[in-house]
Design a protein around this ligand. Structure first.
Ligand code: FES
Length: 308
């Protein structure tokens, strides 16, 4: 990706204005956005200006910035970021953008660029002798499956060979660009396999029995009970030796009685006597890592006037 700068001052026009039709369109486009969000129209307006004049001029950027009440630098940032905006005059009949990203490069993009160098100009973004054609390398245009490809204005020409690109360039130079069908230039339908579909060739009728008409309850339809969670046989599923409150009622009652009595005696045994605990701790050196029985934080505070 090359550095994108505005064209030299010598080629910049002094002013810019939309023609009548585009001015009406621009006002309608700006009104599409909510109040305070008119700046969102910056890309549509720049693109329309490019379609009108062939490229985005400095005066055009200033015009759009004023119209949308944006800082000039903000519009300049947009115009210089997107390679779709041409910042200097390009071929009036065709500006060929050759994708040079990896999939296209692996499928022959470099050979396409050699064709452009030979037929248009050695350097990108330079006009041919007649000023009708120009070319440049761009990043991925999203048609990698049909690589290599080029973009001319708004159309993509895919599955190219150097010979086919030569024919396309000749057609555009002769003013017959609209005779070339955009898209794949081989026997391919959009991004389908070359030569036609390779899978799902049989006419398979989908089986969707749940869409068949079902009898209603009035017509005698019966809904079988759900079997979910039901055991697969009637065999005992647990070890009979394992007693439960259901299978061992006597044992369960005995346990319940013991549990009723246990809390009192257990509490009496386990609760330490605070006096004896305190006296035992007193004077004895603390065990390493032991926590002191008095966990209350001791805080000292300054005496205030109220205290005195
Ligand atoms: S790499 Fe060329 S279109 Fe994606």
């Amino acid at each position: 990706m090359s550095v994108r700068r505005l064209a030299e001052d010598q080629v910049q026009p002094a002013a810019f204005a939309f023609n009548d039709e585009n001015a009406v369109w621009a006002e309608a486009t700006i009104r599409k956005y909510p109040a305070g969000r008119q700046q969102s129209a910056v890309i549509p307006l720049l693109m329309r200006a490019q379609e009108q004049d062939g490229w985005v001029t400095k005066a055009c950027i200033e015009y759009v910035a004023n119209r949308l009440e944006m800082p000039f630098i903000r519009v300049l940032e947009v115009a210089t970021f997107y390679t779709q905006f041409q910042l200097k005059p390009v071929g009036k009949r065709a500006h060929i953008q050759v994708c040079g990203t990896t999939p296209c490069m692996l499928r022959g993009a470099e050979d396409l660029m050699k064709v452009c160098q030979r037929k248009i100009h050695h350097d990108p973004l330079e006009l041919n002798a007649d000023g009708t054609l120009s070319w440049e390398e761009v990043e991925c245009q999203g048609a990698c499956v049909n690589a290599p490809m080029v973009i001319i204005f708004k159309d993509a020409y895919e599955d190219l060979t150097p010979e086919r690109l030569e024919e396309i360039i000749d057609a555009f130079e002769a003013g017959r660009g609209d005779e070339i069908k955009p898209g794949p230039q081989i026997n391919r339908y959009f991004s389908a396999p070359e030569g036609g579909p390779q899978t799902l060739l049989e006419d398979v009728k989908p089986v969707r029995t749940n869409l068949e008409p079902q009898p209603t309850a009035e017509e005698g339809a019966t809904m079988p009970p759900a079997e979910a969670g039901r055991p697969k046989d009637t065999a005992t599923e647990v070890n009979p030796a394992v007693k439960t409150p259901v299978t061992d009622k006597e044992g369960a009652e005995a346990q319940a009685k013991a549990a009723e009595q246990q809390p009192l005696s257990a509490t009496a045994k386990s609760e330490p006597d605070p006096k004896s605990a305190g006296s035992a701790a007193e004077g004895a050196p603390p065990e390493p890592g032991a926590v002191s029985g008095d966990l209350k934080p001791k805080r000292s505070r300054k005496k205030t006037e109220k205290d005195t």
